[in-house]
Design a protein around this ligand. Structure first.
Ligand code: GCO
Length: 455
């Protein structure tokens, strides 16, 4: 079977600032919560983003790599610490210049820039004031958004407000795996709300600066759970509808308040907030990797530990081991989950969709071929991508307006708490020399884009 994609479908790859840029002390950039987190023993092997892929210096040849790949679009993030580098001060011209060069460099190569405004690298000075627990953070991030949009304007194809607010709230305040790693379950909820508020304010800031031209979006990593109906319903409520409903429908479900009654009173939701949050967007970005398997258990609510992550409001749910095969992250491979998720979100929310991330961490091995060239034969990654592209195409055949697909990631990079141990790239990065080697999956993807089909 061959799955085909329309001419105007956006094939791309995705990255994020802290994961690739390095140059953390250059041109006025201030520290972010991820610099602090990675420098204080929260990552595997003590890895940090200090150098990462050195994209800050190698951006031109990396954009050439994108051009070789033939992508229609490139999704990258702007680092707020490069722009609002001094608390309360003027925007940093060097930071704005850098991202303007990226945008112009992409356009010169015929590639549409998709800008994520917040991919987790909050300035540490805002982290010091509570980060996403502090309502003021939403306003500071919206101000920064206006500065970026004013400068980059309508050269940007799509402005994405937040990447995965589920991670910036639950994993960061409820759990300990992401910065600042507080591990205080119920504190997830004010973070959820302030991120939602930031999204709404950021949407308004972009529109005020650039008008109707560029598209507006947000990227969510919805949790697609299978298992018994009650547990699936609750997981969906806490993980997904806590973002989808305020952003796309203008309310928090009453059920959410009921399910979390013993954990927080939601008094941080102020009059008028939901009107601010509920802004029209053009496309909804979904990051999809795997599914989970859940069941109700007899255990009491939080603070009982739940699976690997603290997940308040789901204290009576058990996460069961999923059926294999699993990727190097330990995530199960479930392409049908992508199909089902796309169909479900379209059915319920009626907003055009983009897969803003999908990809696989593999045990990649760099080999030297008889002719001396280097290669990575990542057949398992190609198989993973092929099956997920097919699942997406099936959803499109059933009427889901899917506008694009971004492979995570253009190149191996700093995988947050896992440091450099997990390779998601379709380009291999030798971190000693910074040499880039396109993997077999790169060449495979090149052919997919050129033929606009997956065989
Ligand atoms: C996320 C982020 C990416 C990750 C990728 C692989 O989903 O955590 O958006 O930055 O690197 O998803 O885990």
């Amino acid at each position: 079977m061959t799955a085909t994609f329309p001419e105007d479908f956006l094939f791309g790859t995705a990255t994020a600032s802290y994961q690739i840029e390095g140059a953390v002390n250059e041109d006025g950039r201030c520290p972010s919560i991820w610099d602090t987190f990675s420098h204080t023993g929260h990552t595997l092997n003590g890895d940090t983003g200090d150098v990462a892929c050195d994209f800050y210096h190698r951006w031109e040849s990396d954009l050439d790599l994108l051009a070789d790949l033939g992508v229609d679009a490139y999704r990258f993030s702007v680092a707020m610490p490069r722009i609002m580098s001094v608390e309360g001060g003027e925007p940093n011209p060097a930071g704005l210049d850098f991202y303007e060069r990226i945008v112009d460099g992409l356009l010169a190569r015929g590639i549409k820039p998709i800008v994520t405004l917040y991919h987790w690298d909050l300035p540490q000075y805002l982290g010091d004031k509570g980060g996403w627990l502090n309502r003021d953070t939403a306003y500071r991030v919206a101000e920064y958004t206006a500065v970026v949009a004013r400068r980059l304007g309508d050269r940007v194809h799509t402005y994405t407000t937040l990447n995965e607010p589920w991670c910036s709230s639950y994993l960061s305040f409820g759990g300990t795996e992401q910065a600042p790693g507080l591990g205080e379950g119920p504190l997830s909820f004010p973070a959820v709300h302030h991120l939602n508020l930031a999204h709404g304010l950021m949407c308004q800031a972009v529109r005020a600066e650039v008008g109707e031209g560029p598209e507006l979006s947000v990227t969510l990593n919805l949790q697609f759970a299978r298992g018994d109906a009650d547990a699936v319903h609750r997981t969906d409520l806490i993980a997904n509808r806590a973002f989808l409903d305020p952003m796309l429908r203008g309310y928090y479900p009453d059920e959410l308040f009921a399910a979390t009654r013993d954990l927080c009173d939601w008094s941080f939701v102020k009059d008028g907030d939901l009107e601010q949050i509920h802004q029209p967007i053009d496309v909804l970005g979904l990051n999809y990797y795997s599914t989970s398997l859940v069941t109700m258990s007899e255990r009491p609510q939080f603070p009982q530990p739940v699976c690997a992550t603290t997940f308040p409001g789901c204290g009576d749910i058990d996460w069961l081991p999923t059926e294999g095969p699993h990727t190097e992250m330990g995530w199960n491979i479930d392409p049908d989950g992508l199909h089902d998720l796309l169909v479900r979100v379209w059915d319920e929310y009626r907003v055009p969709l983009v897969v803003t991330e999908n990809g696989m961490a593999c045990k990649d091995e760099l080999v030297v071929e008889p002719d001396g060239t280097k290669a990575v034969h990542d057949a398992d990654r190609i198989d993973y991508l092929r099956r997920h592209f097919e699942a997406a195409a099936r959803a499109m055949d059933e009427g889901v307006p899917l506008r694009g697909y971004f492979v995570w990631s253009l190149m191996d990079n700093f995988e947050w708490a896992f440091g450099y141990s997990k390779r998601f790239g379709i380009t291999y990065v030798d971190y000693e020399t910074q040499e880039r080697t396109p993997k077999d999956s790169f060449n495979w993807y090149h052919d997919v884009i050129r033929s606009r089909s997956v065989a």
